[in-house]
Design a protein around this ligand. Structure first.
Ligand SMILES: [Zn+2]
Length: 426
């Protein structure tokens, strides 16, 4: 087997393409592989797929391929152009790369695997690409994945916000909770943000939404009420977000009381912060004993904590009627506690009670979003923050969109990105 046959085999080239020559550029650590289709070959128009007569050969183009050992490998070819009566003079599609890419499909597929593991900058360094080239591969991957995504109904929608850029900027995520994937990322966390999702992205399918799980955020509530039919019945306020409000209220009570006690030289609440915040699952025997002791001593934070703990029972009911009765009693207690933060949360819960108790029907939460949250935290951390909203959006869809992004994985027989054939596979 000579070097030309060797490269024809590893590149997976098939008729009419063949390797004309292989050139080792030792000084540059590069191997150039010249590929040609021969002048006799017939080609198809890239637009309509019909066989058309050759017109000419365009200028030589190159594509970066997977390295051959330590050598960067470049494929070079003069790509023929065809004359289509309908579409004019067009450059044909080559089987090893997508139309706009300067990399072969195999190279892009490899870069995508690396991008899953590390940052754009990391991939750029590993593969000796510029940052823009590496991000271009990520951008094309997401675009490819979005184009392949099927428009199946989203029955249970999760709406959540994510901050970036030192918490001053937000994006809104629309999550397909059944599919466990981020479906859409929008700018800001305003009503218009979500309006845009409902009217553009979901235009035809908004009536298929059966539940929308979200925080008690007025902008999201108002947008959902405007666009989703029978929204009142479909909005579920995420259990974890409501509990978070209760936990924060307990913490406010603790902080205030701690400051007051300290003035009198009483340091009993020092270092107890996390004992009050932990959920039952993570509470140690020591935590429980401390909480009992401080509560018995008549501290306000002990009362606030008891109110928070009692509220959790609300989500354990099977019957909405009984849950409402329970809430009424709890509400009376909470609003007569003379603990301002607890009163505020209790009032907020009363105002949103229908949506909170909607949980009892299907027991849906945004827990999946919280799982995605840790992935997003991780990509934010790895990239050391995102200066640019668009890069952040791209990274979220790349890592959490559940997209089929590999250029070699297309199952569609007449896919426009993969035409004219898919022989270039390994
Ligand atoms: Zn055509």
């Amino acid at each position: 087997m000579d070097d030309r046959q060797l490269y024809e085999t590893v590149l997976g080239l098939a008729e009419p393409w063949y390797v004309v020559g292989v050139d080792i550029r030792a000084g540059r650590d590069e191997i150039w592989v010249y590929v040609d289709a021969g002048s006799e070959a017939t080609h198809v128009c890239p637009e309509c797929g019909e066989p058309r007569p050759s017109y000419d050969r365009a200028e030589e183009r190159s594509w970066r391929h997977l390295d051959t050992c330590q050598y960067q490998t470049i494929i070079k070819a003069c790509v023929p152009r065809v004359l289509c009566p309908e579409h004019g003079v067009r450059r044909i599609r080559v089987p090893w790369a997508e139309r706009v890419s300067r990399f072969t499909n195999l190279f892009e597929a490899f870069a995508i695997r690396l991008l899953r593991e590390t940052t754009v900058l990391g991939v750029a360094r590993l593969l000796k690409l510029s940052w823009h080239e590496a991000e271009g591969i990520q951008r094309r991957a997401v675009k490819r994945g979005l184009a392949r995504r099927e428009q199946e109904p989203i029955r249970v929608l999760g709406i959540d916000e994510k901050s970036f850029q030192k918490r001053h900027e937000y994006v809104t995520l629309a999550v397909d909770l059944d599919g466990e994937r981020v479906w859409w990322v929008g700018d800001h966390r305003r009503k218009e943000t979500l309006d845009c999702f409902y009217t553009d992205e979901m235009a035809e399918r908004v009536h298929e939404i059966e539940e929308v799980v979200m925080d008690m955020w007025p902008a999201y509530i108002s947008s959902t009420r405007t666009h989703v039919p029978e929204a009142e019945r479909k909005i579920v306020f995420d259990k974890f977000h409501v509990v978070q409000h209760l936990v924060e209220a307990v913490d406010l009570v603790r902080r205030k009381e701690h400051a007051e006690l300290r003035k009198q030289g009483d340091d009993r609440l020092a270092g107890t912060k996390y004992r009050w915040l932990k959920g039952a699952a993570r509470r140690t025997a020591d935590d429980a004993q401390q909480i009992r002791a401080l509560s018995k001593a008549g501290l306000k934070v002990g009362r606030a904590w008891a109110i928070k703990e009692a509220a959790l029972k609300l989500w354990t009911y099977r019957s909405e009627t009984w849950a409402r009765k329970y809430f009424k009693r709890w509400y009376f207690w909470a609003t007569h506690s003379r603990l301002e933060p607890m009163i505020r949360v209790a009032k907020m819960m009363k105002q949103h009670l229908d949506g909170i108790l909607a949980y009892l029907r299907n027991r849906r939460t945004n827990a999946i979003t919280e799982g995605l949250n840790s992935v997003i935290q991780e990509i934010k951390y790895r990239a050391r923050g995102y200066r640019n909203r668009e890069s952040f959006r791209l990274a979220i869809l790349f890592h959490c969109g559940g997209l089929k992004m590999n250029p070699l994985d297309c199952e569609e027989p007449l896919c426009r990105t993969c035409l004219p054939d898919k022989r270039m596979r390994l």
